[in-house]
Ligand binder design. Structure first.
Ligand SMILES: [Fe+2]
Length: 242
């Protein structure tokens, strides 16, 4: 297990994962906002990039309210994401640009699409057989929209931890293919740990609310997971915090 996981972990190491702003210049410049009269809402119900950001912002701001409900937020954000027009010119330009710059570099690419205090939208790009191994998102929600290709996603909850805090049991709560136009979610308490693997070239639009900051980056944890089910139970896995 160690050799297999170590190889893949190195391929998608934390510097690669967190090097989002170093990897590419901000894509936000491409995202010239259409105004209210230029295609915010199409006949098929799809919404342009500007309308998408406006809608996400309204939902993400609710995190400051006492009544903030993460499950309700990811439900709303998923519905908004599912309506995003993936052919929006500004978004399509960002997809193309990241593809041109990232293909062949041997790692998963992260490019910021929008950075706000309450949320970030990041383009995550995988080449065939690239993956991001098991990791968590401390006190965060995530909404992942598959824009191109298809990825396999495993989600886990923290089930138990030993006194040493290093050895834990993870409970797998879902395992599914995420096809183009489909959305996967996680909250601070449910499905917060995941692994994402691409069988083909894939681009995801990830919405994080609240976004990564210094503390959340410091608190992020990677897990070395034993693929053998714990005591023969296929939904429980022994893991070590790295
Ligand atoms: Fe993640």
């Amino acid at each position: 297990m160690d050799e297999y996981d170590r190889r893949h972990f190195i391929k998608t190491s934390i510097p690669g994962f967190l090097g989002i702003s170093m990897a590419l210049p901000a894509i936000t410049a491409f995202a010239t906002r259409a105004n209210a009269y230029q295609g915010r809402l199409k006949a098929d119900g799809s919404i342009n990039w500007d309308a998408f950001l406006s809608a996400i912002e309204i939902e993400a701001k609710k995190q400051h309210l006492d009544s903030w409900n993460e499950l309700e937020y990811v439900k709303q954000a998923s519905a908004i994401a599912a309506r995003l027009d993936l052919k929006d010119p500004s978004l399509a330009k960002a997809f193309k640009n990241v593809k041109e710059k990232g293909v062949g570099n041997g790692r998963v690419d992260f490019a910021p699409l929008e950075k706000q205090i309450d949320y970030h939208v990041t383009l995550v790009q995988f080449e065939k057989n690239e993956e991001i191994l098991h990791h968590d998102h401390p006190e965060m929600t995530g909404v992942l929209l598959c824009a191109t290709g298809e990825v396999e996603v495993w989600n886990y909850d923290l089930f138990a931890e030993k006194e040493n805090k290093k050895d834990v049991l993870l409970k797998q709560t879902s395992h599914a293919m995420l096809a183009k136009g489909k959305v996967s979610t996680l909250t601070a308490k449910e499905r917060n740990i995941h692994r994402v693997a691409a069988k083909e070239f894939t681009q995801l639009v990830d919405i994080f609310a609240p976004p990564y900051d210094k503390q959340r980056i410091a608190d992020s944890t990677w897990y070395n997971v034993d693929p053998e089910g714990y005591k023969g139970k296929d939904k429980l896995f022994e893991a070590t915090r790295i």
